[in-house]
Design a protein around this ligand. Structure first.
Ligand code: 3HC
Length: 315
């Protein structure tokens, strides 16, 4: 089949909601877009463990510690599902990690902010995981089979993350004046960076048009951001707290959320956010410190292979 026909068959599969699988023909740019998005997503899960990891030793009770540990371990698992999904597109794990460590691959802007108080564990769960879920529910219907199946499993666990965050804030909201203040101050700090997680406005989003045509993305950055705002405004009422800069817009039938500083967003994406250096250094150190584990696993696998070969020879 010539390239024109291959493209036609590919697009008609997408239009008919038939998943694209690793061995199917796909345009090069579809493959590249998926590798970029899935690897960025995987790196976000892994780097996203760092701000919360900082609070495990300082969790205020055993129950909170166990829940936070479980959540962070889930994130590692999500990263591994996603790296495996990216590998089905023909890129190796080593290459994926190399691109993270050299700064070639991006990860979500949100993980370059510091977690300053215990209330931040609440805000991260409620707002950061909440924004992630809003985006990831649509990705369960993404056109690439391995990505879509990974997202179904990931979304189930994200719902638990979201609830544990909201519960932390709910408890603080019923506590002392100092606890209420800490919670409100944390919500104020995380709100706008969480809105920026959805990516640049649609008119500045270079990938959206093609990604929508290929059904990699099923909704645009602005559509998801607005839905998240409208839902969060209702949820914050249960905390008796407020979200900064929110106004009901009668004409649009949605809440306005004020101006977002996109120059600041691009600075963070380019590596100049408050914690970019710290996050990347921590990832590189973890990779170097883990070299012996990878070597031991390879040596063990080699030994097992040899012993299986010997067994089959002597049988
Ligand atoms: N942080 C860093 N980079 C971002 C970004 C963000 N929040 N939003 C967009 N970008 C980058 C894009 O990768 C793209 O890079 P490029 O110039 O190299 O192509 C550029 O900015 C332009 O943005 P686009 O809108 O054109 O990019 P996309 O079409 O890919 O849309 C997205 C951006 C909506 C984030 C999309 O990539 C997506 O849905 N990704 C999957 C979900 C994901 O990665 N979530 C990250 C959070 S995961 C998480 O939070 C872990 C959980 O445990 C909390």
């Amino acid at each position: 089949m010539d390239i024109m026909n291959l493209e036609k068959v590919f697009q008609s599969k997408i239009d008919d909601e038939i998943k694209i699988e690793p061995k199917d023909w796909m345009p090069d740019t579809y493959r590249k877009t998926l590798i970029r998005q899935i690897s960025q997503h995987a790196h976000s899960e892994i780097v996203g463990m760092l701000p919360e990891g900082n609070w495990i030793t300082r969790a205020p009770s055993l129950r909170r510690k166990v829940a936070l540990l479980a959540k962070i371990q889930d994130e590692a698992g999500h990263g591994l599902y996603l790296y495996s999904a990216a590998e089905t597109l023909g890129i190796s794990r080593e290459q994926l990690l190399e691109e993270l460590h050299t700064g070639k691959a991006k990860y979500s802007s949100i993980f370059n902010y510091p977690a300053l108080s215990w209330a931040d564990m609440g805000s991260v769960g409620w707002l950061v995981d909440g924004a992630a879920i809003m985006n990831q529910v649509m990705l369960c219907r993404t056109s690439y089979g391995p990505y879509s199946r990974a997202m179904v499993r990931i979304c189930k666990e994200e719902s638990f993350h979201h609830r544990q965050g909201f519960e932390i804030l709910l408890t603080l909201s019923q506590g002392t004046e100092a606890q209420k203040k800490m919670a409100q101050e944390s919500i104020n700090r995380w709100w706008k960076p969480a809105l920026m997680m959805f990516g640049p406005p649609d008119d500045q989003s270079s990938n959206t048009e093609m990604s929508m045509k290929w059904k990699i993305k099923r909704e645009t950055n602005d559509e998801l951001r607005q839905r998240f705002v409208d839902v969060a405004v209702e949820q914050v009422k249960f905390l008796n707290m407020t979200l900064p800069d929110i106004h009901w817009n009668e004409e649009r039938g949605h809440y306005d959320f004020g101006k977002l500083d996109w120059d600041h967003f691009w600075q963070v994406v380019k590596g100049n956010g408050p914690c970019n250096k710290q996050r990347l250094d921590a990832r590189k150190k973890a990779h170097e410190d883990g070299a012996w584990v990878r070597e031991a696993a390879m040596a063990y696998a080699e030994k097992e292979k040899l012993s299986l070969e010997n067994q089959s020879k002597s049988a």
